[in-house]
Design a protein around this ligand. Structure first.
Ligand SMILES: Nc1nc2c(ncn2[C@@H]2O[C@H](COP(=O)(O)OP(=O)(O)O)[C@@H](O)[C@H]2O)c(=O)[nH]1
Ligand SMILES: [Mg+2]
Length: 193
């Protein structure tokens, strides 16, 4: 459907090491504008190894994790303008939507807000995790500022919603904004019946 070649096996954690037993499958859809940090978040959630550069995602990238009795597929769909029209197609099978925002990229916050709200209108109950990423940068907007800028007060009470400050960098893994907190939250959300 016009997307680039699937990157199965080339994602950040290609070797899932799942036991042979049948695990419950869950999918986390990871969206956000290009450059927001989606691939970096996935990389650190899955591998916790240093990474200097991240190639832009052409199409989509899938990674699998086995945690707490669940087989979790993390699916990133690229965020450049050409690919955003494909985003809604992936919503219906997702169990959680993670929307990554570059907290420094003020000029594109309106675009991020519009894209996010268009997605939310399609799936009123899908749990949402917004990541206020790049919090390690000195000029990053706070989560309170992003809550306003992204008009998150307009969300209906129908869905589980979380807004987390994150830094998807090697140096930040042991800090309060570590992306590893995202992994814990996902386990909690995905374990709900
Ligand atoms: N300082 C900083 N840089 C980040 C962070 N997350 C991603 N980056 C950088 O931002 C650029 C785009 O990241 P990438 O993960 O490819 O974004 P994607 O297009 O959303 O997948 C890369 O140079 C990353 O190293 C972060 O939390 N802090
Ligand atoms: Mg990417």
């Amino acid at each position: 459907m016009g997307l680039g070649a699937p990157e199965y096996g080339a994602g950040p954690c290609p070797a899932p090491h799942c036991p042979v037993l049948q695990l419950d499958w869950r999918q986390v859809l990871v969206l956000g504008l290009d450059g927001a940090g989606k691939s970096s978040v996935l990389h650190y959630i899955c591998s916790k190894t240093a990474k200097d550069t991240m190639a832009p995602t052409q199409g989509f990238r899938s990674a699998r994790l086995c945690m707490e009795g669940l087989e979790v597929e993390l699916l990133e769909v690229g965020g450049n303008q050409n690919l955003r029209s494909y985003w809604p197609h992936y919503l219906s099978q997702a169990h959680v939507l993670v929307f990554v925002v570059d907290s420094v990229d003020r000029s594109r916050l309106v675009t991020a807000r519009e894209e996010l709200h268009a997605l939310l209108a399609e799936e009123p109950r899908l749990p949402l995790v917004v990541l206020a990423n790049k919090q390690d940068k000195s000029d990053a907007l706070s989560t309170e500022e992003l809550h306003d800028e992204l008009a998150l007060h307009t969300l209906s009470g129908q869905r589980d919603f979380f807004l987390l400050p994150t830094s998807a960098t090697w140096a930040s893994l042991s800090t309060a904004t570590s992306v590893l907190h995202v992994k814990s939250l996902l386990v909690t959300l995905l374990s709900q019946p």
